[in-house]
Design a protein around this ligand. Structure first.
Ligand code: FMN
Length: 430
C-alpha cells in the first residue's frame, strides 16, 4: 500500500524539537507548526533566533531555504536550531503540498524571514522557482496565513517595483512585518515583533477578541512634589505590557496608555505615554466617551498612585538646615470610577495589587472594589507572594466576576498569565 505523502514526508524530516527550550516561555503555539522560509539576505543569521523563540512558545518550526540562503548559512546549523532538516530542494515527496497544501499535515503559518526583494517580487507575480516561493504559492492558494519580514539595503526598499510588490502581496492578504531603516539598511524587524506577529497570525484568527478595541493602562504613575522629586511606586509595567502583547496576539486593536515602566511596549500596539494619574485618566476618558464605541474593553492594569501633592513646589524645595518636611497630599482621581460614570457600556477589567492578605480577605476586598466601580471583572494578586508582583517576570492571580465566578491563574510567566486573562475576557465579556 502506498504511504500517504505526509507520512513519507515526516520520515524525511523527523521532527525532534529541542526539549530544553520547547515551551519554555509559553505554550501559546503548542501543537502549531510554522514553516520558516529563509532567503538570501545577511539577516538570515537572525532567523535561527526567531525560530528558537517560536519553539520557546511551543511551536514546531520547519525550515525551508532558497539556494541563496544556503550560501549564507549552512543547512546543518538550521537543522540544529529547529530540530528539523531544512528543505533545500523539492523532491518526489512533494514537500510543498505536504506542508503547505491540502494535506492534513499542513502548517498553520508560513513566515519568510528574512524575505529578499527578489522573493517578494516573485510572490507578487506568482513565480515559484525557489523552495520558499513554491511554498508561498501553495500556502497562498490553500489559505494558510503568510508573513514576510523583509530585509535589504535602503535603496532596494525604496525601489518602486519593490514597493509595488509589497503592496500587491498585502492585497493578497499577506502580512508584511515592516523593516525599520537603521544605518542605511531596512533591517529585519525585531525578533520579538516577528514572533508576536506570528502568534497573532495564528491565534488572532480564532479569538473572539479579533478586531475588538482593547484599551490597556500599564506602568506606574508619577506625581511631582517639585520639578525633581516625585511620589511613585515600584510597578515595572511588565504585567500591563504582557496584557497588551496578549491582546495583540488575540488579534485585537490595542491602545496602551503607559506610565513609567522598565519594559518596552510591544510593537504593533498604539502607545500613549503619560506621567500623572490625571494625565492617564484624561487619555482613558477621551477613548471611552459614551456612544463613540471606540473601546470595547478597558483593562486597567496600571499601578496608579493614590496621592499627589496639593501644591507641588514650582522650584526645587530647599533642604538646607531642615530636619523635617510636611507635605500636604490629596487623593488622585480613580480612573475606573470616572470611566464607569461617563460610560455604562464599556467592559472594564480592574486590577488590584494587595500585600500579605489571606485568600479570603484578598477576594473579599477585590469583590467589593469591583462592585463599587461597576467593573465587569477584577484580577487580584498578592505582591508579597514569591514570584508574583511588581518587578518579577512571573505572576499569579485570581480573577473574579460579579456572578461569583472565580478563576485561579497559577504562577506562570507574565505573558502566560496575560493570555489567560484575555481568554477569560473573551469568554465572559463579549
Ligand atoms: C552579501 C549579500 C547580501 C545580500 N543581502 C540582501 C538583502 O539583505 N536583501 C535582499 O533583498 N537581497 C540581498 N542580497 C541579494 C540576494 O541574495 C539575491 O537577490 C538573491 O538572488 C536572492 O535569492 P532568494 O530570494 O531566492 O533567496 C544580497 C546578496 C549578497 C551577495
Amino acid at each position: 500500500m502506498t504511504k500517504p505523502r505526509a507520512v513519507v514526508y515526516r520520515q524525511i524530516m523527523e521532527h525532534s524539537p529541542d526539549d530544553t527550550i520547547h515551551g519554555s516561555i509559553s505554550r501559546i503555539l503548542e501543537g502549531r507548526t510554522i514553516i520558516i522560509g529563509l532567503t538570501g539576505s545577511v539577516a538570515v543569521m537572525r532567523s535561527l533566533e526567531i525560530a528558537r523563540e517560536l519553539i520557546r512558545h511551543g511551536a514546531a518550526v520547519l525550515p525551508v531555504m532558497s539556494r541563496a540562503a544556503c550560501e549564507f548559512i549552512g543547512p546543518k546549523l538550521v537543522h540544529w536550531a529547529t530540530g528539523n532538516t531544512p528543505v533545500v530542494e523539492l523532491s518526489g515527496a512533494n514537500e510543498h503540498v505536504a506542508l503547505a497544501g491540502n494535506s492534513s499535515s499542513r502548517a498553520d503559518l508560513l513566515l519568510i524571514a528574512p524575505c529578499t526583494a527578489n522573493t517578494i517580487g516573485k510572490i507578487a507575480s506568482g513565480i515559484d522557482d525557489t523552495v520558499p516561493t513554491t511554498f508561498a504559492t501553495t500556502a497562498l492558494g490553500q489559505g494558510i496565513p503568510i508573513l514576510l519580514a523583509p530585509a535589504m539595503h535602503e535603496p532596494m526598499y525604496h525601489n518602486p517595483a519593490v514597493l509595488r510588490n509589497m503592496e500587491i502581496t498585502r492585497e493578497f492578504g499577506i502580512g508584511i512585518i515592516e523593516a525599520p531603516v537603521i544605518e542605511g539598511k531596512a533591517k529585519m524587524a525585531d525578533t520579538q515583533y516577528v514572533v508576536d506577529a506570528c502568534i497573532r497570525g495564528i491565534t488572532g484568527r480564532q479569538s473572539p477578541l479579533a478586531g475588538r478595541s482593547v484599551l490597556i493602562t500599564a506602568g506606574r504613575t508619577v506625581e511631582y512634589l517639585d520639578p525633581i522629586r516625585v511620589i511613585t511606586n515600584n510597578s515595572s509595567g511588565k504585567m500591563g505590557v504582557a496584557l497588551a502583547r496578549a491582546a495583540y496576539h488575540a488579534g485585537a486593536d490595542v491602545t496602551l496608555v503607559y506610565g513609567k515602566g522598565t519594559v518596552e511596549p510591544p510593537q504593533g500596539v498604539r502607545v500613549v505615554r503619560v506621567e500623572s494619574a490625571e494625565e492617564m485618566m484624561n487619555e482613558v476618558l477621551v477613548r471611552t466617551k459614551p456612544d463613540h464605541n471606540e473601546t470595547d474593553i478597558l483593562i486597567a492594569a496600571a499601578a496608579v498612585g493614590d496621592w499627589k501633592a496639593r501644591n507641588p513646589d514650582t522650584r526645587k524645595t530647599p533642604t538646607n538646615g531642615m530636619t523635617s518636611l510636611q507635605i500636604d497630599l490629596v487623593p488622585t482621581p480613580k480612573i475606573i470610577d470616572a470611566v464607569r460614570t461617563q460610560n455604562t457600556k464599556v467592559r472594564i477589567i480592574a486590577f488590584r495589587a494587595q500585600h500579605r492578605l489571606s485568600r479570603y480577605d484578598l477576594t473579599a476586598d477585590a469583590r467589593a472594589r469591583m462592585l463599587r466601580a461597576g467593573a465587569d471583572m477584577i484580577a487580584v494578586n498578592d505582591v508579597s507572594v514569591q514570584g508574583a508582583g511588581f518587578e518579577t517576570d512571573t505572576n499569579q492571580m485570581i480573577i473574579l466576576l460579579p456572578d461569583g465566578t472565580e478563576i485561579e491563574i497559577p504562577l506562570a510567566s507574565k505573558i502566560s498569565v496575560a493570555t489567560r486573562v484575555m481568554e477569560a475576557a473573551a469568554t465572559y465579556l463579549l
